[in-house]
Design a protein around this ligand. Structure first.
Ligand code: ATP
Length: 220
């Protein structure tokens, strides 16, 4: 089921996404975050997109393959494909519950999201349970507000926010950390659009992923 995962000790982070395709806007800020807070491993979790939602252009197997190509040879990263095996909607909170069960109650565990995802986190299934399962690490992302939508959401953020990464190591879950990671103006949408227009995507994603996209004729 899971590929390339190790239950290493220390602070382990999970990073969910559609990865249609995976790009440097995912990889580089996460590498910087690993340095900033001391992550020993980051497991990428490609999402299952349920049939009633707009489908990714690449299928699940292609999205997984692109993730594998992007992280090959980089010991920081692993991939866990459990959500892709589901036929029912997969909610992040349920995946985190399963992983928390596997890891036990004491191991520090974090989930990484971009600033855009933080702003819409209150729309996620059982979002208020997330911090009882893991820490949340937020990547800076250009073009998104740094304030939450409502005073209540901003209060929630201020209550859980920590500025010292040590807090992420000393407790298993419950803290929210806004990272000072590099701002990369890259999105999968932009990559798909550039491909549709026949424009180059050099510098936006790793070469092996670009070659795979070419070979599979993706995003034409
Ligand atoms: P799309 O353009 O198709 O919506 P995306 O580029 O936002 O895709 P996703 O796979 O949806 O990529 O994102 C997975 C996670 O990575 C999300 O939490 C998102 O906020 C974050 N993320 C994506 N791109 C960036 C970026 N350039 N900087 C910081 N975080 C990012």
């Amino acid at each position: 089921m899971s590929t390339n995962t190790t239950a290493a000790a220390g602070l382990h982070a999970l990073f969910g996404g559609t990865f249609d395709p995976i790009h440097y806007g995912h990889l580089r800020p996460v590498e910087a975050l690993a340095q900033e807070v001391g992550l020993n491993q980051v497991t990428l979790l490609p999402n299952h997109v349920p049939p009633h939602r707009p489908q990714p252009e690449a299928n699940a197997q292609q999205r997984l393959k692109m993730v594998e190509l992007a992280i090959a040879g980089n010991p920081l990263f692993a991939v866990d494909d459990r959500e892709l095996h589901r036929t029912t909607p997969s909610y992040t909170v349920e995946t985190l519950e399963a992983i928390r069960q596997e890891r036990g109650p004491h191991q520090p565990l974090a989930f990484i999201i971009g600033q855009d995802s933080l702003l819409s986190l209150h729309k996620w299934q059982r979002w208020q349970d997330l911090l009882s399962l893991c820490h949340l690490l937020v990547l800076a992302r250009p073009g998104y507000d740094d304030r939450m939508e409502t005073p209540a959401l901003q209060r929630w953020l201020d209550t859980h926010r920590v500025s010292d990464p040590a807090a992420l190591h000393s407790r298993p879950h419950g803290s929210l950390y806004l990272a000072d990671t590099p701002l990369l103006e890259i999105s999968a949408t932009e990559i798909r659009e550039r491909r549709h227009q026949g424009a180059s995507c050099d510098d936006l994603l790793p070469r092996p992923v670009q070659r795979y996209i070419e070979l599979q004729g993706l995003y034409r």
